[in-house]
Design a binder for this molecule. Structure first.
Ligand SMILES: Nc1ncnc2c1ncn2[C@@H]1O[C@H](COP(=O)(O)OP(=O)(O)OP(=O)(O)O)[C@@H](O)[C@H]1O
Length: 268
């Protein structure tokens, strides 16, 4: 599994985006990385997938230091996928089908297998109807779904999702949540960054809180979200279910469904 050891990353203009960051993906199945704008989430993801090379410290994959030779990185990309925050960065081809097929063809898969994987990935993100559409005509949310499909098609062991639901309507957010749960069911690891604390709370089992490139706190989801001082330190708000628990004294539920299922037991 992937982890960072005392990872520091400094951009060319000397911005120190990460300082001595230790993040271990072994700690959860769906890991949330939360923090305000500019706290270093994207920089962390790019270091994890080998796009950026740590200034200090290292990234380990199954106990071995990640290497930055082309051959090694191609192997790493077969196992570790990333969906960028901005779908424009992920889209290479003009037609949706070819775009999702691009990386698969690059891996040398047979066209029959490519066809099957593209079909399944587009079906999962409810984008089969877009298959023949030119990518530049798609809406932002549609591009985002196509970008997610391209990574799902690769069937990697780990998937990093940088702000996967930003710009999506509530129906699509629910679909993305189902996709994430499905990836977990398949025994894969998901890492999500998001500003949506309710989403992070309901699906993640382990959380890292970043601020100014530093890990302010980490822990199991319910534990970390009860520590208001850590969240405040990163200008984050507690999820609404945690606020209900705190302000009304009702038990702490993980999801809206769990709350309603237990509603008649709750004494206000
Ligand atoms: N290419 C770059 N050159 C210089 N500084 C950069 C570069 N990319 C990011 N930074 C800086 O690094 C810091 C961390 O940025 P990063 O994009 O990792 O944050 P983030 O937590 O993902 O933010 P957001 O929530 O807004 O997406 C910020 O101060 C940002 O300005």
């Amino acid at each position: 599994m992937l982890k960072t050891v005392n990872l520091t990353y400094k951009y060319e203009d000397k911005t120190v985006a990460l300082k001595d960051v230790n993040v271990d993906l072994k700690k959860g199945e769906i890991i949330g990385i939360v923090g305000p704008n500019g706290s270093g989430k994207t920089t962390l993801f790019l270091n994890f997938v080998g796009i950026l090379i740590p200034t200090k410290g290292e990234v380990l994959f199954n106990g071995q230091k990640v290497k930055y030779r082309k051959k090694y990185l191609i192997e790493l990309r077969r196992k570790v996928g990333i969906v960028f925050q901005d779908p424009e960065k992920q889209i290479f081809y003009s037609r949706v089908y070819d775009d999702v097929a691009f990386a698969l063809r690059n891996l040398g898969l047979e066209e029959k297998e490519v066809e099957k994987r593209v079909y399944n990935a587009l079906k999962t993100v409810k984008a089969l109807d877009l298959e023949n559409k030119p990518v530049h005509f798609l809406s932002y949310g549609q591009k985002k779904r196509v970008a997610i499909a391209s990574v799902l098609a690769l069937d990697t062991e780990v998937i990093f999702l940088d702000e996967p639901t930003a710009g999506l309507d509530p129906y699509m957010v629910d679909i993305i949540v189902d996709i994430i749960k499905e990836i977990k069911r398949k025994g894969k690891r998901v890492v999500i960054s998001s500003h949506n604390m309710d989403l992070i709370y309901s699906i993640c089992d382990y959380i890292y809180v970043l601020n100014n490139g530093i890990v302010l706190g980490e822990g199991r989801t319910k534990e970390i979200f009860l520590q208001d001082e850590i969240l405040k330190g990163a200008n984050l708000k507690q999820p609404w279910l945690v606020r209900l628990h705190k302000n009304l004294g009702i038990p702490l539920y993980k999801s809206e469904e769990e709350l309603y299922a237990n509603w008649n037991k709750i004494k206000l």
